[in-house]
Design a protein around this ligand. Structure first.
Ligand code: AMP
Length: 562
């Protein structure tokens, strides 16, 4: 018995992004893609939005032209092409053009401090960079510090901008226009790399996660399922989550696969702009971090108060990236919008779990409310477990906490150009990713993220490196020891607070430290500045001398509610 193994009779059709592009070309040519983009001729700090509207057929044609232009610039299979861009149709073209030609799309977070940003582009080894004109000031330092970079294509902006920046800088539109609209793509293997995204490391510099064609397609399929993102051809989707942040949670891929109408907001992410865009484009679904949807709720409530409510078609909002307060879920409910929480990481492509209720539990019930505030069960093809210090599964009682481990076809097990296996736990011969999140799991299989073992602060969905700010504070002559910790914040989820021990005999005030950091603002963004400074006689330490941040938060009453 069992001696004869029969081969399967299925075709070996690779799961590649080319299948997605060809499907879009063949079936959804008329489907619309709408982008608000900054008026290139408006030089103010906040340029007016212009509405750009075209169809899938245009996006696909221009993607082939972009691939052809990149090939003419020397981009080959496996080469990295970086983007430093907001959400708009040109960024979407790069999403298709770069992986379909066999190159790797390296999306770079525009909100990072310049030194990390330069490190990431250099480490990723990009040959070509596509950059929004809004970030043109970064082009000279990037070219000076990234030796592999041989061409920069500027997206948008006033006429002549690219030419004024040197002979390696070209206008994106001129390049696309020069490309062949019938560019023929190579046959790729599904295991080839398609994307690269860096995640902020707890220590040291950010680390790269490389997605494959296979992982991207499988993630897009799972993300579109009814109990995941519920994405269909009848939807109009507005991914507010940045396209530089884990592929905008895969919405562009799932949306293209399903043939959904796509809407992009570029820099217009404030509540009132989003409400206007959602109304005018009849958006049915959006994705973003809690801070974004708080802004939207403010704008919607204000408009109701003023007697001119927005007329929205919005069915649901997927909220994640950091913990979603139950109060926000209830607020959106009252506005007739179903809030759905999701959990994920750069390392998980990112969707790991979605908090949709099991049958028989009402959205408005107490149990329903309780479950919706959790991060939900793992999505199809993702496995999750919560383990104690010995690696044993904790009881599924919704109370006992442990480390959240995950595994699946779109979960990373190592980082780009790194041999470290610190993040991997072996159980029963299988590799599991240690997420660094502390969770409990209940009888419904709902994960509840309770804390974070990672020493990081997530503010408005973006990371602040506590270590980075601590090091800057330690440079101050009056500081003996510094710890920067996350404190709960209504609007931003978390904000940094600096806890300082002064050298004996030294005197310095809160204002001195604020100024000390302000003087170094060329090294980090202003929103990383601590909101509070707390002076203490000593910091609690572990046996190996590590600052116990959890103890510190507890001691000074800075723990998150619940
Ligand atoms: P990133 O790699 O930047 O996407 O960050 C991933 C991390 O964000 C996770 O490991 C969590 O710590 C946090 N996170 C993401 N989604 C949630 C959520 N729904 N609730 C709580 N924390 C979250």
């Amino acid at each position: 018995m069992g001696e004869i193994m029969i081969g399967n009779t299925m075709m070996d059709a690779p799961l590649t992004l080319l299948a997605l592009l060809e499907r879009a070309e063949e079936l959804f040519g008329d489907q619309e893609i709408i982008s608000w983009i900054p008026d290139p001729n408006d030089r103010s700090d906040r340029p007016r939005p212009l509405v750009h509207r075209y169809r899938y057929a245009d996006a696909c044609r221009r993607s082939r032209q972009l691939s052809s232009a990149l090939a003419n610039l020397g981009v080959q299979r496996g080469d990295r092409v970086a983007t430093l861009a907001t959400n708009h149709y040109r960024h979407l073209e790069a999403y298709l053009a770069v992986p379909c030609m066999g190159a790797v799309l390296h999306t770079v977070n525009v909100r990072l401090p310049p030194e990390q940003l330069i490190y990431i582009v250099r480490h990723g080894g990009a040959e070509v960079l596509l950059i929004d004109h809004l970030f043109a000031r970064l082009i000279p330092p990037l070219l000076a510090n990234c030796p592999a970079l041989r061409a920069v294509l500027v997206m948008g902006g006033p006429q002549g901008l690219a030419a004024s920046l040197g002979d390696k800088v070209f206008d994106y539109e001129a390049q696309v226009a020069s490309g062949d609209p019938y560019f023929v793509y190579p046959q790729l293997a599904e295991s080839e790399a398609s994307g690269l995204c860096y995640t902020s490391g707890t220590t040291g510099m950010p680390k790269g996660v490389v997605y494959s064609h296979r992982s991207t397609i499988l993630h897009a399929l799972s993300a579109a399922l009814p109990d995941t993102g519920n994405i269909s051809r009848h939807d109009t989707l507005l991914p507010v989550v940045p396209m530089f942040h884990v592929n905008a949670w895969g919405v562009p891929h799932s949306g293209l696969l399903a043939g959904s109408r796509l809407v992009f907001a570029s820099i217009y992410n404030d509540g009132a702009s989003l409400a206007r865009l959602m109304e005018s484009e009849r958006v049915t679904g959006g994705t973003g971090v809690p801070t974004i949807w708080m802004g939207l709720a403010d704008a919607l409530e204000e408009a109701i108060g003023a007697g001119h409510p927005y007329q929205l078609q919005l069915k649901s909002l997927l909220i994640g990236g950091s913990a979603v307060p139950e109060a926000l879920i209830q607020r959106l409910d009252r506005l007739g919008i179903q809030a759905i929480q999701g959990w994920g990481m750069t390392e998980t492509s990112p969707i790991g779990s979605i908090s949709r209720l099991p049958p028989g539990i009402d959205l408005g019930s107490e149990l329903g409310g309780h479950l919706r505030a959790k991060q939900g069960p793992p999505v199809p093809l993702i496995q999750a477990r919560v383990v104690d210090a010995s690696g044993a599964d904790v009881p599924r009682d919704g109370v006992t906490m442990g480390r959240l481990l995950v595994r699946g076809p779109w979960v990373a097990e190592r980082y780009y150009l790194s041999d470290s296996t610190d993040q991997v736990v072996q159980i029963g011969g299988q590799n599991w990713l240690d997420t660094g999140d502390i969770a409990s799991i209940d009888g419904y299989g709902f994960i509840d993220i309770r804390d974070r073992a990672k020493d990081m602060i997530k503010s408005g969905g973006e990371w602040i490196s506590s270590v980075f700010i601590e090091n800057l504070l330690m440079d101050h002559p009056a500081v003996a020891e510094a710890a920067v910790i996350a404190t709960p914040d209504h609007k931003w989820g978390e904000r940094p607070a600096a806890v300082l021990v002064l050298r004996s005999g030294a005197a310095a005030s809160e204002e001195d430290f604020r100024q000390h950091l302000m003087d170094r603002l060329d090294r980090f963004p202003k929103w990383w500045l601590p909101d509070r400074y707390i002076f203490v006689p000593e910091l609690p330490h572990s046996s190996v001398g590590k600052v116990l941040k959890r103890a510190l938060r507890e001691r000074y009453g800075l723990t998150p509610p619940g």
